[in-house]
Design a protein around this ligand. Structure first.
Ligand SMILES: [Zn+2]
Length: 571
């Protein structure tokens, strides 16, 4: 670890990343400690730390200014309770009443917390950093994020796979690398870009002026939309002439841990193996995303918006004609599958977005044809394979008349789901909204998408408890957890160091690429390292180990809800 932390992304120092990295082994994970958001807090927002006291009986804590060491707040811990997710005895130190911007530390029982930053722009750099996470995933071009984080143009050549019913090469490059691998998958691109474009529609004040220093900066698009367009352009290339959309473009197997430009495996457009070769999931997801894009890009680039809408309509027609073409990896292909057996939610989402964009009856009728019977449903946090909530929310948000009773039903179901999450946040020792069964592969994205649900509820009925519970998951991800780790690279005091991410492993730089969210704790194993980890409470089932892909990979669909949450925090 000798050189760890020497190379840092230019934004990293601005958000408090230490010039010295602290490995997980150096961090006390079971003794007494004070755990809080290592990025900061908003002046008017709730501010809570979790205190784990190893036997000490002291209940008083104080907050001291780092500038002049004066005591600015005295408080008493809340009651101690047993936290099932971590196995810890925890208490909450609530210092919400401290509203003055500044830099502080909590002291009690011989413990001193990490620095606490209270500032109106506490999350501004974090938002830029996590969007740089996407820029770093760009495929098909040279990338240079500064700080040595660069790669040459990659994966410029592509060919049709035998499962596509075609032969020969195809000029198809671009998009974002999906995760720790260099594959590109339309279904996962769909939920990721859809989430990011929703953030654009909901949080314009946070995103319109966002400066990302990307090659397109200074052009006609705001930087945020320009970054997303890089992936949208690749998605558009994945649409075949008949409107159907190829499921994925990857090599047949994952390459070694090498830089992207050194990956010489053929990048294939892979089909389902038999007619019609394209998949319903990819096609419907493209229809959804392009319908949203038509709304977002219209004011800046009418021609591109028209292209997006035309692609969405064409994809929709194909999906209606082929409503149940599922994708499974063909033999000889072992990259990500993103296969989905339930496709009515994808169709519902596409029809709802198309209706919201165009107002045409045909799409509203199709939406109601695909919603669960009797409107008897529960709203849940979305994910790549379950976009039903996205369908419902976009219907409810549409600036169109629609079925007002159904809109109310959606709002009510969302409020009910949000209330359960708020209650869970109050019960959990570390304040997040997850229940024990949520500690799965990619659990940090579960937390992120639960925040998305809470923020939807907040938009329907502005209730600060929903917004604070959403932010509690942010606090959890960047330090208020039983391991005291920030699960975002180069963010906070103790960011994790060893993502399952090929460029981070192969670039010769100790610190990983910036702005990437770890999958987080996973109680169920799934790789050789995770499977050997002794069984502990679920929040402890995590290792900062590059090999542990079921615990420590990164992925665009995990970063996207984090950006959404940070956009909300910045508006
Ligand atoms: Zn590439």
């Amino acid at each position: 670890m000798g050189a760890a932390g020497v190379n840092l992304h230019p934004l990293a120092s601005a958000v408090g990343a230490s010039s010295r990295s602290v490995t997980q082994a150096e961090t006390s994970t079971s003794g007494a400690g004070i755990f809080l958001d290592q990025v900061g807090y908003l002046p008017a927002g709730a501010k809570q730390a979790t205190v784990r006291l190893a036997g000490a009986s002291q209940r008083d804590f104080l907050v001291r200014s780092s500038a002049d060491h004066s005591v600015v707040f005295n408080g008493k811990l809340g009651p101690a309770s047993a936290d099932a997710a971590s196995g810890d005895q925890t208490s909450v130190a609530d210092f919400s009443a401290l509203r003055a911007a500044g830099r502080y530390q909590i002291e009690m029982a011989g413990l001193t917390s990490d620095p606490i930053i209270v500032a109106p722009d506490a999350y501004a750099s974090a938002l830029r950093l996590t969007m740089h996470g996407f820029t770093g995933q760009r495929c098909g071009c040279a990338v240079d994020l500064g700080g040595g984080y660069r790669h040459a143009a990659c994966h410029l050549k592509a060919a049709y796979h035998r499962t596509s019913g075609r032969e020969g090469s195809i000029a198809n490059h671009g998009g974002w690398h999906d995760a720790g691998d260099y594959g590109r998958y339309v279904v996962n691109s769909g939920i990721s870009t859809g989430t990011l474009l929703w953030a654009w529609e909901l949080y314009p004040s946070a995103l319109r002026g966002l400066s990302l220093a990307i090659p397109e900066s200074g052009g006609k698009l705001p930087d945020y939309l320009a970054e997303i367009r890089w992936n949208l352009e690749w998605m558009l290339q994945m649409q075949d002439a008949d409107g159907g959309v190829w499921h994925k473009q990857t090599s047949e197997r994952f390459c070694a841990f090498i830089m992207p430009q050194d990956d010489k495996l053929t990048s294939y457009v892979i089909g389902t193996g038999s007619a019609p070769y394209k998949s319903t999931g990819a096609t419907a997801d493209l229809a959804s995303v392009m319908a949203i894009a038509a709304r977002c890009y219209g004011p800046y680039d009418a021609a591109f918006a028209q292209r997006c809408l035309a692609a969405a309509r064409q994809a929709w027609s194909w999906a209606v004609a082929h409503p149940d073409v599922q994708f499974e990896n063909p033999s000889g292909v072992s990259t990500g599958g993103y296969g989905d057996r339930q496709l009515s939610d994808e169709l519902a989402w596409a029809s709802a977005e198309l209706w919201r964009t165009t107002g045409e009856d045909q799409y509203e009728k199709a939406f109601f044809a695909n919603v669960p019977e009797g409107f008897n449903f529960a709203i849940g946090a979305p994910g790549w394979g379950d976009v039903a909530s996205m369908a419902f929310w976009t219907y409810a948000f549409a600036d169109r008349k629609g079925n007002s009773g159904f809109k109310k039903t959606i709002e009510g179901a969302t409020a009910t789901a949000a209330a359960a999450l708020i209650e869970r946040s109050r019960q959990n020792g570390y304040g997040n909204t997850m229940e024990l069964r949520d500690y799965v592969w990619g659990s940090n994205s579960v937390a992120g998408n639960q925040s998305l649900l809470l923020l939807m509820a907040y938009h329907f009925h502005p209730d600060n408890a929903a917004r604070e519970a959403a932010l509690n998951n942010l606090h959890y991800m960047v330090g208020r957890n039983c391991l005291g780790v920030s699960w975002v690279t180069q963010l906070g005091v103790r960011p994790f160091q060893h993502p399952h991410h090929r460029p981070s492993a192969a670039d010769g730089i100790a610190a990983p690429w910036p702005g990437l969210l770890s999958g987080g704790p996973n109680a169920h194993g799934g790789d050789a390292v995770a499977d050997k980890l002794p069984k502990q409470p679920p929040m402890r089932m995590w290792l900062d180990d590059q090999r542990a892909y079921s615990m420590n990979e990164i992925a665009i669909n995990w970063n996207a809800p984090l950006v959404f949450l940070l956009a909300a925090a910045n508006s």
